[in-house]
Structures are given as structure tokens and as C-alpha cells.
Design a protein around this ligand. Sequence first.
Ligand SMILES: *Cc1c(COP(=O)(O)O)cnc(C)c1O
Length: 230
Amino acid sequence: MTISLATHLISVQQRIATACRLAQRSPQEVALLAVGKTWPASLLRAAYHAGQIRFGENYVQEALGKMAELVDLPLEWHFIGPIQANKTRLIAENFAWAHSIDRLKIAQRLSAQRPPQLPPLQVCIEVNLGAEASKSGCAAADAPALAAAIARLPQLALRGLMALPEAAEPARRRQRFHELRVLLETINRIASLNLDTLSMGMSEDFAEAILEGATIVRVGSALFGPRAAK
Ligand SMILES: *Cc1c(COP(=O)(O)O)cnc(C)c1O
């Protein structure tokens, strides 16, 4: 199991490097976030020993259990799941990043609850590019005003945008990634911000996301294997 995990990690790193070459970008511009949801702490530990330090989790309680088991390792924890108001304190206290902020109320709570002795929580705004009613994320049209408001919160460091495009054919997803990058540039211009992060691309499409400017790719099954159906 550990051997195949190390092999998968090397393979994903090589595919990231290849996509960066194609995009004429430095591989240092793209961070690999290992998405560990459903997988046990022991597997994350093996990934750390194979060189991985950034981990993404979707469920607060599951993540806290793994953090406790892995407290001896210098890992960087990113929250990437939907954020309910009653979970903001645990996120503010335990994570380095939150990618999935979709409304001001959540950002205000995270800022107020971030312990002052910790560095600011690094955050992204999740954008619902397809405007699907069933999915989380703010509407693209609302993102500039939300970004301007979040940028003023003292204990948050707004870094950029995150998207989770619907499963569609690859050309369609690449178009969504492109839209997210254009939106980031628009926000930087009209809100006079300097956002530098595009969290986009997963196991199936991280290469396309890198071609469109992704700076964080969130990869689960390509590293850890297929998740059991829920
Ligand atoms: C599960 C998940 C991922 C990783 O998905 P894979 O297809 O397994 O790579 C990335 N981002 C979010 C928000 C997720 O929930």
C-alpha cells in the first residue's frame, strides 16, 4: 500500500511538472494538495514520508481525528468542504487554509474566531461557475464585492478563488478553469487586490487546470485510490 502510494505521488508530481512545462510555468508555482477524505491517518502519514506536507479535508470531525493522530508531523491542513456556521470555530482554530468561503457571514466568523497567536487564516472564495442551484459557492457576479469585504477582515488573508466545476466533458471544464482565472484578474483590477491563488483541478483534470493557471491542485483518488461509494 505504502509503495503504491509513493508511486502514485511521484506520478502525480511528474504529471504536474509536464503540465507546467506545457504551460511554460515553473513547477514551483503549483502546490499539490493531497485530499485525504475517507482515508485513514496512517495513509496520510505514509504520504508525508513520501514527501507530501499539504493535506485537504472536507469534514471537520474527520480532520480533527487525523490531526490528533498526526500531531507529531509538520503538516499544513486545508479545509476544502462546505463550511457551516457552527463549524467555523473549529476551522479557525485548527486549519492553515480554508478554500470554500461562499458568504461574508462565514468569513466574519472565521476572522473573529481565529486565535490571535496564529497567523491569519489563508482563505479562498469558492465560486459556483455553473450557477447550479444544488452546489455551494457564490455567484461569479457577487465575487468582487465579497472579495473586497473579506479583504478587510483582520484575521483572514484573502488569497484567491476556488472552484469545483461540475463533472462535464474536459473541454467544458477547461473553459470553467479559464473563467475562474479571468474572474481573479477582474477582481484584482476592480477591487485593487493582489490575489495570487487559483485552487482548481482534481484527479481527473488537474493538468487542464494548470494550463489555465491553477496554483493549487486538489488531488485525492489519483494519490490514494478510488473512494468507497457513500
Ligand atoms: C474530494 C475532493 C477533491 C479531490 O477529488 P479527487 O477526484 O479524488 O481528486 C478535491 N476538491 C474537493 C473540494 C473535494 O471534495
